[in-house]
Design a protein. Structure first.
Length: 150
């Protein structure tokens, strides 16, 4: 057997995708009792992060790594559920800014606590230096695989 035989279980991309899905599924289970998805919470988080600034659908899509058609459907659903609203920009009427409603802000605040506890549970027992190394190495792996490297 050759040493250069490809083993899926040793492939960083496979491991990262598989395990990221496991973590995402775990977060999803934490949020389900609150009638919100992980992706919806991500949107609430990024919109709330802006506070006094504004964020457009396109900017939110970029933050979340989603295509715009997907983002439009997500925002439609969230607006229907009373979590956010579109506000036409005073500077550019073609631009819709996204703003959390009171309900959206309250849910985001509650869910931030839940997700923060989840993060603490995930990182429990791992030294800070190891976490910093993991983040640095993982970032480098992603940069190494960026489209412009091939």
């Amino acid at each position: 057997m050759s040493d250069d035989k490809f083993l899926l279980e040793d492939c960083i991309a496979f491991i990262a995708c598989r395990d990221a899905k496991r973590l995402a599924d775990s977060v999803e289970r934490k949020l389900t009792p609150h009638n919100i998805t992980r992706v919806q919470w991500n949107a609430l988080y990024y919109i709330d992060l802006q506070k006094d600034e504004t964020i457009t659908q396109r900017e939110l899509a970029d933050c979340m790594g989603l295509r715009e058609p997907t983002m439009v459907r997500l925002i439609d659903r969230m607006e229907k559920n009373g979590l956010l609203k579109r506000v036409t920009s005073k500077q550019d009427r073609r631009r819709n800014n996204l703003v959390l409603t009171k309900k959206g802000s309250e849910i985001n605040e509650k869910l931030c606590g839940i997700v923060n506890k989840f993060k603490a549970d995930c990182e429990s027992g791992i030294p800070e230096d190891d976490l910093a190394t993991f983040k640095r190495v993982f970032k480098q792996i992603v940069e190494n695989c960026a489209d412009d490297h091939f």
